[in-house]
Each structure stands twice: as C-alpha cells, then as structure tokens.
Write a protein that binds this ligand. Sequence first.
Ligand code: SF4
Length: 363
Amino acid sequence: MAINKKLSRMKVNPAYNTKEALLALYNKPLLELVFEAATMHRQFHNPREVQMSSLLSIKTGGCSEDCGYCPQAARYHTDVEVKKMMTVESVIEQATNAKANGSSRLCMGAAWREVRDNRDFDNVIEMVQAVNDLDMEVCCTLGMMNEDQAKRLKNAGLFAYNHNLDTSPDYYGDVISTREYEDRLRTIDNARKAGLTVCSGGIIGMGEAIEDRIGMLMSYVNMETPPDSIPINALVAVEGTPMEDQKPIEQWEMIRMVATTRLAFPMSVVRLSAGRTKMSMEGQALCFMAGASSIFAGDKLLTTANPDFNADKEMFDILGLIPKQSFADHDKPETKPDEILIEKKAKAEARALELENAKRQMV
Ligand code: SF4
C-alpha cells in the first residue's frame, strides 16, 4: 500500500493538537467524521487488516487498588474469584491455543498495583520469553513499574507495555484515588526509556464528560511520543463495583471516539477493546472503517465477557477483514539472557546439590 511520504512521520496530527480542534472534530456530523478518519486510516494502514489479540489474566483478583470500574479490586464485592499466578506451562498452552485461533498478540495482565522484584515477576519474565519464542507479540499489563523492571521485560522479549491513562487528568480523581495520574505517566515513561512500545488508552462511559475524553487524548498529544497503540474501551459495568449503575454508552460514541483518535494519531494502532458484546456488527464495521485495526479475540477479556473466536471469524468473513500478522509494524524483539534468573537458578541448583550430598553422607 502506498504511504504518503509527507505524512509518514506524523505521529500527532498538527490539525488536531489542541483541545478546541479535537472537540470540534469529535462533534462533527458522524458520517463526515467517519469519512475523514477512513481517509486518514488508508494513508498509514492497510484498511483490511485487523489484528486479533488475546488478553490473558495471569493473576486474577485481590488487587489493592480502587479503580472504580474494576471487578478485580479486593475492596469491591464482585463475582471475581481470586486466583493465584498461572504457571508458565499453562500460559504457553493458552498462548498456543490463541495463536491457532488467529491471534498474533498476547497481552498478559496481572491484578497488581505495581511490579515487585519477587518470584512472581521472575515467572512473568519466563512467560514473556516463552511467548516471544512462539512468534507472538507479547504485551504485559502489570501496574506501575520502574525503569529497571521495564528493562528486564524488554530483555525478555516484551514487545509492548500497556498502562492506560483511562480518562482526563480532571476526571481521574473520580475514578481512582489510590494512585495519581502522574504515577501513570511515569510508568509510561519508564516503558519508553526501556525501548518498549507503549499501549495506552482509556475507557468511555464512566460518567465522564466529552471534554474528559478529549482531555485524555490531549495527554497523549502532549507526550514526547504518543502511544504506538491506543485501546478504546467502553465501560463494562460490573455488579459490585462503584460503576455498576452506569448506563451503557451508545455505540455511536465508540465510533466517534475511535474516529477522533485515529485522526489525532495517524500512525498509532487504535484498538477496539472492551464493550464489543454490546455493539452490533454494523457498529463494529463503522469502527473498522473509522480506523480501528485491532480487536481482542476470545470469549474472556480478563474477567468480563467478549465475543468468541467463531463469532469474530464470521464477522471477519462478512466484512472481508484479514487478521494482521505479528511484527508487521516493528521488528520482533530479541530475547536476551536474564542475569537475575540465571543467578537464581544456579543458586537453586547448588542448594539442591548440597542437600543431595548431605543425604548421601548420612546413609
Ligand atoms: S490496578 Fe488494575 S487490577 Fe487493580 S483495581 Fe485497578 S484496574 Fe483493577
């Protein structure tokens, strides 16, 4: 596909880099907005390609944070069952299955406030190495992390780190109180410094004003480099969370948000994420037309429902979409040996040997 060379470096569209311009864009007559977004989409992306990504909860529930939309927060009484960390083997099994069903990216999520330098994180490092070896793009969403932790993930072969801003700085305090907007920006910065691609987006339908949706996009406009990938989610209001009574948003709002994001960040991948079960195929088609080029596939999105693989396969057939291959936009990351894991394994082997020798001497 021919890409307009003049536009090839346009990460942020200068026509829409102010709050006023973005707001006017969002409120344009819908079909004009979709047409403009579709035209821009074709400058940078193959409009038939849509990436199928799978989202896997590697550690579910019991989170200490208070994100108002999240059924995994320990303080809310929801149906989510707390589960301990998955094993590396079961992650490989799930990843292999997702790949066989057409997914080229696996996002692993852990219900943590932040990454800690413990055995669970060592396990994540092994999971990242193993899934990268399957030739899938590996993304993690593990909460806040420092630069050293980001570097470890990068060396393991991590492709992307997901950390959503969720909403505008102004509305953020109504959604989460246990950490600051600044903390989120710092983690995104740490991922960037480590050389990871950044996936960061938000949720609409949490009771925010349209200005807050635009405010979130402005946070990305103001970054040195905007996210490579911007997921747009519709709130899935889960019983037991503070947002359980939020009215579902109209699918037109998703289409507007996708189109506005596409036009503001022409090169980023816009991901049509949570909330697809409430959308018609026609509504989703308009989102693809307006520039969404990724969906989450598989019947679970962490803990909430999502269309199953077969329903999405049928939709791809009807709309003439083709699954996007892994590493189409960036090279596959190289997996480098993890010094910490090597040292820990060597110590464990030495300890096992000592024990064995001690047993022999006792016989
Ligand atoms: S940090 Fe993540 S898992 Fe924890 S409550 Fe917030 S969204 Fe849920």
